[in-house]
Each structure stands twice: as C-alpha cells, then as structure tokens.
Ligand binder design. Sequence first.
Ligand code: CP3
Length: 354
Amino acid sequence: MNTFPPLKNDRILRAARGELPDKLPVWVMRQAGRYLPEFMEFRKNHSFFEICQNAELACEVTLMPIRRYDLDAAIIFSDILVIPQALGMTVEMKAGIGPVLPDPLTTENLNELKIDGAVERLKYVGEAITLTRHKLEGKVPLFGFSGAPWTLMGYMIEGGGSKTLSKAKKWLYAHPDASHKLLELLTNIIIDYLVMQVEAGAQILQVFDSNADLLNKELYITYGLPYLRKIKQLVHLKLQEKKLEPVPMVLFAKGAHYCLPEQADLGYEVLGIDWTLEPEVVRRLLKGKNVTVQGNLDPCALYAPKEELARLVQNMIKQFGSQRYIVNLGHGIYPDMPPDSVQTLLETVHSVNI
Ligand code: CP3
C-alpha cells in the first residue's frame, strides 16, 4: 500500500459527494497542454508518448499548470489512446493532425488485438500517478482517466479523429455482434485500468466519451450506457474487494444531451456537461437526480477580453448555483488560448462567495 501526504484541498471531492466546499472547485480539461509555453518548450525535447511513458516526464508536465495556477485538481498527463496502444495498435501523434492509427481495426483483424497483459503494459501510467501523488504533496487531488468504450472504438476503427465516425457507426448498424464484442473487451480493460490507477494513487476518475455527440438516444442506450454502467459498477466492486476507499467518478459524454437523465442513473457521482446546454436546462433535466455537474463554459470564451470573460463565468455560476457544482470548460482548452485567461477564469471562480 502506498502512503501519501495528506490532502490539503478537497473542494472537488466535497462537491462530488454533494457537500458544500468553502469555495467552488475549478479545473480545466487539457490543463497540461500546448497553450502553456513551458509545455511547448518541454515538447521540443520529448515526443508525446515518450512523456506519457516516462513517470518523471509525465509527472513534470502534470505539475506545470499546478505550479502556475490556483487549480483545485491535477490530471495525470497521458492520453485516452494508450489503451489501443496497449492492445497492440500503433498510435502516432502527428503535429497539426492529432492522433493517427495507421492500421485501423476491421471486423477481420478484431481477433488480433492483444488482450492478454494489456493492463500490465499500462503500468507506466500507475508509476506516473504514484510519483505525482508524492510530488503534489497533498496540494490538490489527482485525477486518473480513461476513454469510454465507444470513443476508443471510434479511434480504433477510423484510424484517428473523424467528423462523421461513419466507419465506426457502420459497425453499429451492420455488425452489431462485432461491435458488442469490441465494446465488451474494451470495457473489461477500462475497468482494470481504472482500478490500477486508484491503486497507484488516483483520487478521482474521469471517463471521456468525447465521441458521444455522433450517436443518438437509441444508439447510446444500446452501445454506450450499458458499458458505462458496467464500468462504474465494477470499478466500485473491485475497489471494495481490494479494501480500497471508493473514489468519485466523472462521466463526460460530450454532446450526449439527448440522454442526460439516463446518464444520471448510471451511478457516476459527477456528469461533465459540454458548452451547448444552458445551465438552467441542465439543472431542469437533472432535477431530483443525485449528481454533481461539471462544466460548461464555452472554451472559446477564453478568447474574450478579461472583463467579458469574468462576466460570462459569473453568469454561468449564477445559473448553475453553488450546490453540487464543479467549474470547468465544456471541452478542452485549445493551444492558441491565452494563459492569462485561465488565470482570470480561476480568480473569478474563487472570488465567488458561496
Ligand atoms: O491536461 C490534461 O487534460 C491531461 C492530459 C490529456 C491529454 N489527452 C493530453 C494530450 C487528456 C485527459 C487527454 C484526453 C484525450 N485524448 C481525449 C478526451 C478529451 C477530449 O479532448 O475530448 C481525446 C479525444 C484524446 C485523443 C487525442 N489526443 C486527440 C484528439 C489529440 C489531438 C488534439 C489536438 O488538439 O491536437 C491528442 C493529443 C494530445 N493529448 C495533446 C495533449 C497535451 C497534444 C499533443 C501534443 O502535445 O503534441
């Protein structure tokens, strides 16, 4: 068992549990990334996956935004595509393009995925988490994360990002059995991967279903929700079996506004919300549900002048209210966004009396 320094800032954990913290918690998706000059400097000497796979390097990058800002959480530097990599697929990170998987999955080569030992091959993520927990000295909680089954399926079949996901969606309509087989095997790996991250020291977990926006309610009921429910239930159960404390889990199903109440019934303590929904609509759809919401400032609001950004943030907080609320963007921060805008966002959030 690891022993770590005591936690000094538990705002985010309190909000996730439904308690009222002293101030509203705030963090930023992709907070350790290319908008930070120190990250760009670092990237000159190290490739993307070199950083992911080396505990010292991943820890250093994870801490960059924590040193610079008054954030309420850190998130381990990694990527959702380390799972396809651990399954034997090649993943390249191409500048200006993003991730590329040169040999995408087909219904013919599905059986060639190397399932045995996949989680073992991801042990480097655990090592980075453990080191980071020590180096954080209890300043803020550390997020672990994974891609959701559907989002990983999308990247594995499309061979990268896609505007339509038509190849992956073709599986859902034309090859339902192969789709379920793939989603099931990804689900099982995600469960063990997340449990391993908690064993290593992750204090809260986020599941990214960034491709949910291209499904609809019927498809999500069949191919999304059951697997997300299994992930939540089995992570909880396996932590119990290992006598580990349960950790809160965040589900960020980007664009899945077509089934927000259904998401709230999966058991996740927190639902991430993208920027397309008004806070009042979110609260109305989730009325009576036992969940905290996280979000949902339009990332592009960070391009606004300081005063306008502060007004937008205050307005969002007023609409969401302070109960069961974690402030974040509605998606990740972009590389060309001004670092000072993150400062304005954090100062505005922390200056609100709750
Ligand atoms: O600070 C953090 O949030 C932690 C690190 C993190 C990264 N990727 C680092 C990264 C996290 C949580 C992710 C998750 C991730 N990766 C998602 C889900 C979140 C989302 O944005 O929807 C997805 C879909 C991916 C896959 C991925 N990785 C894409 C689409 C890209 C290209 C994005 C782009 O803007 O070009 C990446 C690359 C990536 N992941 C970068 C970083 C810092 C930039 C690559 C670089 O440094 O060259």
